[in-house]
Design a protein around this ligand. Structure first.
Ligand code: FA5
Ligand code: MG
Length: 442
């Protein structure tokens, strides 16, 4: 993977790193991803940092917690749905994250002016290609290939807020479950999927309205309601299989251009409601355009990171990308149903700086209040102070001056501190000690 010919002046625009690429017609900027060349254009906004996440495939790495949860989800669908002893669902977990705007948006009826297409929300390779923003990007191609029940699992890329539950690259499990009339109404043979005036052979004659909040106008109320019940039961079954029967959950009405009606499922975790998935009844136009015109389907897309974090009590989404053995070993060689609770390891290095000073004549090594000094260090240094240790006491043999030496351990919980920034904070602490205690720095 490389980026070639891009006049690589990196600019910081809105705090995001963007490419400045050549616009001269002679030197065409190209982006090479997985050995494929793309011509850069005014849409290109991939950064080297984002490209470095391609092909990491955390969901397939045996010692990554995402891999364990992926396997549990697949197991749930394999074991819950079988026909003639075979799993009903097929699983796709190696689909390339490089997709076209047709796959990511057009095939899914996402309008031209929909905010999810914005350059500010996606990592575009160029005007026509991007790193997929959701696994639903593969839905139409798999339907077109004739599949009816399938899971699509992989990495997705979004320019999104960054906090403990958002990261620009994350993993989704997406699914489609289709039913023929005979399957859906196995026990009620008289019922139909489609309204009598809807001709599935000519779906384009019919305006597939989504005005009615309960169903698409082509579907009968019975079909829509039965699919909704199945969808919700299957997904509740999944979160119960993961978290146990007692998991607190709630359904929230939602909107997606590709499903109607649509919902989001939230679970109660860490004293907050956390959204874990979006779902709904697949818009009939999508099914009809891709092939099957006699089925009704539900679809969902869930975020693997959020479930994994809740399941193993991993406090920060960034830890998923850790290559630290202290992190990975906690998930290595584990059975997929084993109960694991993450034990924090700070993967960021410590910086240790010493501070020695002469005490003023009014104080001795025995009367100096170390706790006052510790408070001062915390006040000035804030959360990056991990520890302050008294290292040495010293009395000068000739002038009898008293001196103390402290080791201050600095560590940021979320990033590597540079020595330069630690030195700056350290200087501030020295100054404050001089001002507050009248000490003289050695
Ligand atoms: C979608 O991506 C839809 N494609 C889901 C869908 C599929 C709906 C099929 C209907 C039918 P959404 O943007 O809400 O929806 O993302 C789905 C899930 O991905 C969220 O519920 C959340 O668990 C997870 N997610 C979204 N953004 C992030 C992020 N930045 N970091 C981590 N997880 C995220
Ligand atoms: Mg959502």
């Amino acid at each position: 993977m490389s980026i070639r010919n891009i006049k690589s002046n990196f600019l910081f625009i809105n705090k995001l790193q963007c490419f400045k690429y050549s616009t001269s017609p002679k030197s065409v900027a190209t982006v090479t991803l997985n050995e494929k060349n793309f011509i850069a254009d005014e849409y290109t906004n991939l950064t080297p940092k984002i490209i470095s996440y391609l092909n990491r495939n955390l969901h397939l790495q045996p010692n990554n917690p995402l891999c364990l949860v992926r396997q549990r989800i697949v197991k749930y669908f394999y074991s819950s749905f079988t026909h003639g002893g075979n799993p009903t669902f097929s699983v796709y977990e190696n689909l390339s994250p490089i997709v076209t705007t047709k796959q990511n948006f057009d095939d899914l009826l996402i309008p031209e002016d929909h905010p999810s297409r914005a350059k500010s929300d996606c990592y575009y390779i160029n005007r026509n290609n991007l790193l997929r923003g959701h696994m639903t990007a593969h839905q139409s191609e798999l339907l077109r290939a004739g599949l009816d029940n399938f899971l699509m699992i992989g990495d997705v890329y979004r320019r999104d807020e960054i906090d403990s539950s958002h990261f620009p690259v994350f993993h989704q499990v997406d699914a489609v479950r289709s039913q023929l009339k005979e399957q859906l109404f196995e026990n009620h043979r008289g019922l139909n999927i489609f309204e009598p005036d809807f001709d599935p052979m000519h779906p384009s004659d019919y305006k597939n309205s989504i005005d009615d909040p309960t169903k698409q106008s082509c579907h009968t109320l019975e079909a829509a309601k039965l699919m909704e019940t199945q969808l919700k039961n299957h997904l509740i079954g999944l979160v119960q299989a993961l978290f146990g029967e007692d998991i607190k959950h709630r359904w929230v009405d939602a909107y997606f251009p590709f499903t109607h009606p649509s919902w989001e499922l939230e679970i109660f975790y860490d004293n907050n409601w956390m959204e874990v998935l979006g779902c709904g009844i697949v818009r009939n136009e999508i099914l009809a355009n891709a092939g099957p015109n006699n089925t009704i389907a539900y679809a969902f897309g869930l975020g693997l990171e959020r479930l994994t974090m809740a399941l193993y009590k991993i406090p920060d989404i960034r830890l998923m990308w850790s290559t630290d053995s202290g992190f990975l070993s906690q998930f290595h060689d584990k059975g997929i149903d084993e109960k694991i609770t993450y034990k924090p390891v700070s993967v960021y290095p410590q910086c240790v700086n010493d501070l020695s000073f002469w005490l003023p004549p009014s104080l001795t090594i025995d009367t100096f209040m170390c706790n006052d000094f510790y408070d001062l260090v915390r006040d000035v240094g804030g959360d990056i102070i991990e520890q302050v240790k008294l290292k040495d006491k010293f009395i000068h043999p000739k002038n009898k001056k008293h001196s103390l030496c402290f080791s201050i351990v600095y560590r940021h919980l979320e990033r590597t501190l540079t020595q330069a920034e630690v030195n700056e904070v350290h200087k501030e602490i020295e100054k404050a000690a001089v001002n507050s205690f009248g000490v003289v720095i050695r």
